[in-house]
Every structure is written in C-alpha cells, then in structure tokens.
Write a protein that binds this ligand. Sequence first.
Ligand code: FRU
Length: 549
Amino acid sequence: ESVNHLHRPSFHFQPPKHWINDPNGPVYYKGLYHLFYQYNTKGAVWGNIIWAHSVSKDLVNWEALEPAIHPSKWFDIGGTWSGSITIVPGKGPIILYTGVNQNETQLQNYAIPEDPSDPYLRKWIKPDDNPIAMPDYTMNGSAFRDPTTAWFSKDGHWRTVVGSKRKRRGIAYIYRSRDFKHWVKAKHPVHSKESTGMWECPDFFPVSLTDFQNGLDLDYVGPNTKHVLKVSLDITRYEYYTLGKYDPKKDRYIPDGNTPDGWEGLRFDYGNFYASKTFFDYKKNRRVLWGWANESDTVEDDILKGWAGIQVIPRTVLLDSSKKQLVFWPVEEIESLRGNYVRMNNHDIKMGQRIEVKGITPAQADVEVTFYVGSLEKAEIFDPSFTFEPLDLCKIKGSNVRGGVGPFGLITLATPDLEEYTPVFFRVFKDTKTHKPKVLMCSDARPSSLKQDKGPLAKDRMYKPPFAGFVDVDMADGRISLRSLIDHSVVESFGALGKTVITSRVYPVKAVKENTHLYVFNNGTQTVTIESLNAWNMERPLQMNEGAL
Ligand code: FRU
C-alpha cells in the first residue's frame, strides 16, 4: 500500500494511512494527552471503525499506541462509534462510547483501563454488564449515539448527554447514574429542537462570565457561568452552538434568545469542520477543542492517496468578552513548530495591489497579520433586502469583486499568475440601520484547483465551496486581524483573534510544495495598511504517529 504525500499535511494530526473521522475521548491524564479517533483499519473510506489511540506530551508530537476498542462483543459487534472519557475519582478514566449491535441498533457502552495507574492507558476492558443504555420504545434506535464526558453534581449523580432525534426533531437526552454503571434516562431531554434532524456528537460545557482567560471543568458550579450546547447536524454537515442557562435541578437547558438554535446559529468553525469535542486540560486550566476536517477531494482520489481525514490544530475555547459568542485560538504549543520568520510593518496596499510574502515556505506556514483600515466611509452599504446568509454574500462578492473597504486579506496556496489560489479575506459593509460595520469573512476554495471533475456525481467532484461567516467586531480602532495556518491541503483561518474561524481543504495541482506562493491583497477602493505581518515556516513535528497501525 502506498501513500501519496503531495497534499498530505505535515503538522496536523493524522495516522500514517487510511480513513479517520471524529476525535474521541480526548483527555489529559497523568502527564499525557490522549486522543482516540474513529479509524478505518482497512482503507481510506468510512467503514470498519475502531477507536485508534495516540498520546502526546505537548499536543504537537504524537505516539500511536495499539487500538483501544474494536468490535468484539454482542453490544458493539456492528461498530465502535464515537464517545468520550470521564475521569472518575477512585476508578480512573472511563470511556463512554456508542456500540452498534447485530441489528444495527445503537447502544451506549462503557470501557475501563486494565491498569489505571499506567499513564499510557494501553489496554481497555469492556465489562460484561454492558450496555449501560438502550433505546426504549419511544426512541429511535438508529439515531442514538455519541455520549459526552460525564459530570458529577451535588445531588450525587453523574450525568451524560447523548445525541438523538425523533422524526425531524433533534434531541439531547440526559442520563444519570450514581455509580457510573447503572444509568437512567431523565424524564425530559436536556434540550431539543424541531426540524434540525439528528444531533450527532453533542458537547455541553460551562464557560465563565467573569474570567475570560481560563476554561472551566464540567462539574464547576458558581453563579457567573453560562453553558454551551454544541451539536453536529448531519443534514447540513455543519456544527452549531448556543449559549444558554443550564438548570441542574430541572435538568433543562435554555438557550439565550440572541443565539438561535439550528441553522442560523453560531458555529465553532464556518468551514470544513465536524464532530468536534472539547476536554478540560487540568495542566493548563483551559478547555481545548478537537475537530475533524474531512477531505474535499473525490472519493477515488482519497483511495488513490491512501489516506483521508485529519484533526484540526487543537484550539482553546473561551467566552468572548462580549459574552455573546465563543472565541477560539490554536493552542500555544503549536508555536514551537515555528521556524524561519519574516515580518512586514506599515505597508500600504492600494486597490488592486498584491504583495508577496517572501522568505518562508508558503505551503507550510503560520501567518498573522493586522490590517489597519482607518475610515469606513467607503464601505459598501449592507442592503438588508439583499441576503443575510454570509455564504451567499461570499459567493457573489468573491475576492476579485471590487469593493469599498475590502475585499482584503491573504491569498494562500497560490501560483504567481493566480491560476490556482485560496483567498481568505474580509469585506466590510456599512449597516445603515445599526450604523455599525458588518464584516464578512470568506475562505473561498472555488479557485483553489485546476483539477477536472471526474464525473457529475458528488463523489466524483472535488468539493470547492466558498465558506463564510460574519465577524462581530465594531472596528472602532480601524483594525482587524487574520491568522492562517497553512498546511499543504489545509487552510485554517482565525478572524479577529478567533471570533470567526474557517477551515478549508484544497488540492492544488500546481501550487504545491515549493511552487506555492503567499500574498497579501486588497481589492477595495480604500487603501489598507498592513500594520504588522509575521509569518513563519512551520516545521514538521518530530513524531506524528509514524510506523503504527
Ligand atoms: C459523526 C458520526 C457519529 C458516529 C461516528 C461513526 O461523524 O457519524 O455520529 O458516532 O461518526 O463513525
């Protein structure tokens, strides 16, 4: 079996070959970060899923261990699907995961380490008193999965959330247990919403309303908190979250009015990002997010390449000081991979100008840039009758469509003549109603590759969408920042210090390896200043699961 390296990321988490999807059971335990993930032992498409297992001291270098869980018992013979880890005092880490039985019914199971004193947690046991939860007659047994990390409450119960649906209503069930063995479903779901479909991979955690620097563990209780409920919607293949209030007595979660449930909701990432999961990192008092970025290439080429799927760079999650949304930032450890460095300061970019960032390896880089825009006088009017969907706006107003303030930003993975390029950019509108700027951020894969489609079916076509989100900033100081992590077929971008995040997967034909270029551009009539730009080569981690599996 050969693996094609042309588009293979160099500093993103992945195994040496084959298919991966959801991150599972992330945890920090006895000095090691553990990451499990959905892995196909046999090829580069979804199937034959087991829990593969890797450990790391720094979230950058990874050592692959033997798989933790694979189908072997009646309660998981049809699949060992996603789940989480909880550290239970006196017992150690316990996995909760979804097993699929012979009849394709989804069940919740638990697994325990053979030796909880082993920091590597190499061997896992599936006790015979599994499953811990089965769908009853009111529930949909083919839509009942992905248990969250459990938390312990003052009333002496552990609680976990399991994703589900009934007809088209998305549901998050709560299960309670005193001993982590016997689990009972709460009378009411903790939350549900009509017309949203299956809620895959729910995540439910508190954030602080007063401390915007540190994360909170799940069992934290105090007055100044809000909760986050995130779900992955299999209909849109995007994730959405709300901020809200969790009432532990009633076991109900009520989203704030200003964060809508469902398809208009907020997102962790507006691009190729799914089935994410957070964990609380005791070492650094932070909540860290993992998420899966699927390939966007044709299925045939995934198979030819011999690998498919990566995990994004883990991100810290905090409540924004506006208290209206979360903010995300790549974990600081990733900066240890920064090598050669170039900078630029106070450089004007006039309308139509494109400036090359030279002196680094543009296919494998970390770029941070702060733009000074100054006056927003020339900004286009945001016409409310036009469209509220950021994606539609980005489709029409691409990086080449001249504007007032913007489009400006980065041109990544590009050829010098722009036969191929992936632009990541802002466009600033004036909202005549609120008199505030309305900032659009796009990561547009449409011009990313010259590769021809193989046929009309979706599986034969490369997925080259524009992705977009609004950035909730007032730009009172006339500035906005952008950071992109570029890794051959990955562009992970953070607008305004992580208020809006977009990940794209792209497969250029010519803009590969040393033929790749990086530019800063402006296509708005308003001159934009690069106040500061810092760009680094990114080194390869010394160890990325080599030789295993
Ligand atoms: C999400 C998902 C989960 C499921 C797993 C199976 O990508 O569909 O709901 O547990 O993948 O691999």
